[in-house]
Design a protein. Sequence first.
Length: 153
Amino acid sequence: MGLWRWPWTRPGPSGFDGGSTAEEVTAGVDASHLTAIVTGATNGIGKETARVLALRGAKVIIPARTLESGLKVKESLADQVPESKLHVMEMDLSSLSSVRSFAESFNSSHEHLNILINNAGIMACPFQLSKDGIELQFATNHLGEYDIDHSCQ
Ligand SMILES: NC(=O)c1ccc[n+]([C@@H]2O[C@H](COP(=O)([O-])OP(=O)(O)OC[C@H]3O[C@@H](n4cnc5c(N)ncnc54)[C@H](OP(=O)(O)O)[C@@H]3O)[C@@H](O)[C@H]2O)c1
C-alpha cells in the first residue's frame, strides 16, 4: 500500500481504498492479450494509467492532440517500461470529425478494443465553443468520449 492515505476512506471488500495505487490493484494481472485506449494519457492520471497497463503487458493506444505530445509521452513511458507496447494516434476530443477519424483508423489497424478508459477532460474553463459550435467542456468531456465508446470496436 502507498505511504500516504486518504484519512476518510476505508478499504472496501477488495481490500483497496482511495489511496491504493494502480500498481497495487493490478499486481499479478497479465494483460498481455488486451488492447486499451486511454484518453488523456499525455498527462496526470491518464499517463499513470497508461504506464501501469503497459507494465501489465497491455497494448496501449495513446490518443494525443498532437503527435509530438503523444510521442514525448511514449518515449517517457518506454523508458520506464522498456517492453511496453504503446501506440500514439492523433485525436482532439473536442472535434467530432477528429474523434471519428481516430475511430476509423483504430478500427482498421488494431484488433478488438478490450479496455476503454475515458479519462481526458477539462474543467471550469471559460465559456468557449468547439469547432463544431458546442460548449467546449461538454464537447470534450461528454460528446467526444461518448463518440469513442460508440465508434471503436
Ligand atoms: N486531478 C484531480 O484531482 C481530478 C479531480 C476530479 C476529476 N478529475 C478528472 O480526471 C481526469 C484526469 O485528471 P488529471 O488531473 O490527470 O487531468 P490533466 O492532468 O489536466 O490531464 C488532462 C488530459 O486530458 C487531455 N485532454 C484535454 N482536452 C483534450 C482534448 N480536447 N482532446 C484530447 N485530449 C484532451 C489532456 O491532453 P493535453 O496534454 O493535450 O492537454 C491531458 O492528457 C480529467 O477528466 C479530470 O477532469 C481530476
